[in-house]
Design a protein around this ligand. Structure first.
Ligand SMILES: [Fe+2]
Ligand SMILES: [Fe+2]
Length: 280
């Protein structure tokens, strides 16, 4: 059985790209389940019912989120009524919404999805490790097939979570930093792990934000209005193959579409001419 997971969708242009292409990806990877992180769809912050319905309409089973989901008031009632949208479990219960869900694929396999958030360089909410223990007691009573979206900033915290849950869940996938890491592997006890799935959004940007605004924020040290960058859209994702009777991962493959460009530098005509002269 295969699960396709798409990393943080930033902006509605990226959402439209996912909606247009996701069925093709599902076919290409022969995926039985689709999970996406939607914490940044609405101008970088959170999502609305309309955005969620577009994703559910193309076959998305579960939408995970993260710290930015709370930044639109309308997301709170939405998460209270829509169990397929998760918020990190270790935010205080009084905020409403669910931190885990169990759904069934078309072939009748049950899959649990757990959303938790790290505490390094993020709000000091409840312990994600203890929260995961609490949820796993409940999910494992129903299914061994479990995917964890660990929304966290620090690589070490993400790796620690991977090893903490190794052998108890099918996959621990990192989100939030918006840059795909190249460390996908299956841990010793059978859990697939990737530090960060990466961003689904505009790559001519600083993690989705227009580069000029990001630079101002750092130089001035003060807030500057968020605007999602445009263009160079890419989808970042990962495909996990699981043995559905044990929940162990058999393989993990990450992808970016279109592929990441190693150089975006374009020579001016004069530079190209100079090169020609030197090399001739
Ligand atoms: Fe994000
Ligand atoms: Fe985040």
């Amino acid at each position: 059985m295969k699960i396709l997971f798409i990393g943080d969708i930033v902006g509605t242009d990226a959402l439209a790209m996912v909606v247009r292409l996701i069925k093709g990806f599902k076919e290409k990877y022969n995926a039985d389940a689709l999970i996406v992180n939607g914490e940044n769809i609405y101008e970088g912050k959170s999502l609305t019912r309309k955005h969620a319905d577009e994703l559910f309409g193309v076959g998305v089973d579960i939408i995970t989120t993260g710290n930015h989901v709370w930044e639109r008031w309308e997301a709170r009632p939405l998460m209270k009524e829509e169990r397929r949208i998760l918020r990190p479990l270790n935010y205080p219960r009084e905020n409403g919404g669910a931190g885990y869900a169990i759904f069934e694929t078309a072939t009748g396999v049950k899959i649990g999805v757990l959303s938790i958030q790290g505490r390094v360089f993020l709000p000091p909410i409840d312990c994600p490790f203890k929260a995961a223990d609490w949820a796993l007691e409940r999910i494992l009573a129903v299914t061994p097939n479990i995917l964890v979206d660990f929304h966290a900033e620090a690589t070490a915290e993400k790796q620690a979570m991977g090893f903490y849950l190794d052998g108890r869940v099918s996959a621990v996938l990192g989100t939030h930093t918006h840059v795909q890491t190249a460390d996908e592997r299956i841990l010793p006890n059978g859990t697939a792990y990737l530090t960060d799935v990466g961003m689904t959004g505009p790559y001519d940007s600083c993690v989705g934000l227009r580069t000029d605004i990001a630079i101002k924020r750092f130089i001035y040290g003060t807030p500057h209005k968020y605007e999602t960058a445009k263009g160079d859209l890419k989808i970042s994702g990962v495909v996990i193959e699981i043995n559905p009777t044990t929940g162990s991962a058999l393989s993990i493959e990450r992808f970016m579409f279109p592929e990441f460009e190693r150089s975006q530098h374009q020579e001016s005509p004069i530079e190209a001419e100079a090169d020609l002269l030197i090399n001739s």
